[in-house]
Ligand binder design. Structure first.
Ligand code: FES
Length: 107
């Protein structure tokens, strides 16, 4: 799922790091967003909707919605599509904090 050599940008994704999702380790590359790293590791569900408790994940991929919110290093409601990975980063799905999702997107 990774583009390691881009015809214009050259070599990409050279240094691997470890991130943690739900306390499980996953390999990611520096220069990736959290959302891209999780998707590359097969993780597509980043939380659940408040009312219907349906899976949430990537939607706009450009910071305009709140579908990709997760808790990262203790900070709630971080847009994973706009946040770059860091070594040792701890990521948890946005399952149990309905207030902001409801206000933001009215799901
Ligand atoms: S997918 Fe819309 S803000 Fe991240």
């Amino acid at each position: 799922m990774h583009i390691k050599h881009h015809p214009v940008l050259g070599e990409q994704l050279q240094k691997t790091i470890t991130i943690y999702f739900n306390d499980l380790p996953y390999t990611a590359y520096e220069q990736q967003t959290v959302a891209a790293a999780l998707m590359a590791n097969g993780i597509k569900r980043l939380g659940s909707s408040r009312n219907l408790v349906q899976p949430r994940g990537l939607f706009c991929t450009k910071g305009r919605c709140c579908s990709c919110y997760a808790t990262i290093n203790g900070e709630d409601h971080v847009r994973t599509c706009q946040t770059m990975v860091e070594d040792g980063m701890k990521i948890y799905p946005n399952d149990e904090d309905p207030e902001v999702r409801g206000e933001c997107c009215g799901d």
